[in-house]
Design a protein around this ligand. Structure first.
Ligand code: A2R
Length: 313
């Protein structure tokens, strides 16, 4: 592996993936693809906007990567309700543009697609841990756009794209935006602990359960795919999941306990989603078997790290 290109390198997962790639492939050149300027810490940055298909092809000709990890997306469910069109253009059409450019420009390259457990949506209502064969029943614009992209990547694999589709369940860690629930709680708890805010926590639905991973474990999954890429069949799909649903209300109380905070909890109707699934749970047996992957970071460590991140700001 000489050159590894990562789209969305400036994002939350990209920031954690860089050191994981550096450790796994010490001699490889790590190249960030980003819309803006140079991304710190990477060997090189190329400009890439998913909404510009010709630009995607140009970036690939410049870099000629051996592998591409495609993280770039509009990744926030809440934001996708506000702008479904841009979500579809970025997540579906952008992925097709990039995949086609890879097929044309660097057909030997491995294409690792960051899909999402959100693609299963209403299938979670069955209450069992879902494996990769579960029906795709997305329940919000983000999920639908990612499900469509996942199918498109599967189809491009039939036409020669060396693609692997990863479906990570919820993941969190330091550096994640407070548009996601764990950092949103941690930000408020940290502000109350520091005396910067009244002891009132504004929350959305607490009676939800989500199968959570540390972002480092998700990155370890992507790294493993690069290592085993040659052995995997194109179009293969892998869930990355812990198998343990976490209660959102308990995540909040655990963060309060960690910070030594007591506060009044107020549910805000504006934070509730038009559609929502109550509980998610994943079966990652395929990743365990074919990738030798298993999550290793204890959940308490992850929570403490998100809290520390917001306490340090
Ligand atoms: O907003 P920016 O300029 O930092 O770029 C974001 C990038 N991105 C794009 N890159 C190129 N062309 C676009 N049209 C475009 N739109 C967005 O994707 C950002 O650097 C990155 C996404 O980072 P985050 O929002 O922090 O997402 P996260 O949590 O790192 O998720 C990574 C992947 C996504 O595919 C999720 O759907 C999946 O993991 O679960």
């Amino acid at each position: 592996m000489q050159r590894i290109l990562v789209t969305g390198a400036a994002g939350f997962v990209g920031g954690h993936l860089r050191p994981a790639l550096r450790a796994a492939f010490p001699t490889a050149e790590l190249i960030a693809a980003a819309r803006g300027g140079a991304v710190a810490g990477w060997d090189r940055t190329v400009t890439l906007d998913l909404l510009d298909p010709a630009g995607c092809a140009h970036a690939l000709r410049q870099v000629r990567p051996d592998a591409i990890i495609h993280l770039a997306a509009l990744a926030m469910v809440a934001a996708s309700f506000r702008d479904p069109m841009l979500t579809w253009r970025t997540n579906l059409l952008g992925t097709v543009a990039l995949g086609e450019a890879v097929r044309m420009e660097v057909p030997e390259a491995l294409f690792v697609h960051a899909s999402s457990a959100e693609v299963y949506g209403l299938s979670f209502q069955g209450g069992v841990a879902l494996d990769e064969a579960a029906p795709l029943q997305p329940a919000n614009p983000y999920a639908a756009s990612k499900a469509a992209a996942d199918l498109a990547v599967g189809e491009m694999a039939l036409r020669g794209l060396r693609a692997i589709r990863m479906r990570p369940f919820n993941h969190t860690g330091h550096g994640q935006s407070d548009g996601f629930v764990v950092p949103a709680f941690a930000r408020q708890v940290a502000a109350i602990a520091a005396g910067r805010a009244e002891p009132v926590l504004r929350v959305g639905a607490l009676e939800r359960w989500r199968d959570y991973l540390d972002v480092a474990d998700v990155c370890a999954g992507y790294v493993t795919v690069l290592r085993r890429g040659g052995e995997l069949h194109p179009g293969a799909v892998f869930n990355l999941a812990s198998g343990t649903p976490r209660h959102i209300g308990t995540i909040l109380s655990d963060l309060m306990r960690l910070a030594g905070v007591t506060a009044r909890i107020e549910e805000e109707a504006t934070r509730l989603r038009p559609t929502d699934v109550v509980r998610t749970m994943g079966d990652a047996a395929a990743a365990r078997r074919d990738l030798g992957w298993a999550p290793s970071v204890p959940w308490e460590t992850t929570l403490a790290s998100v809290l520390q991140d917001w306490q340090a700001r």
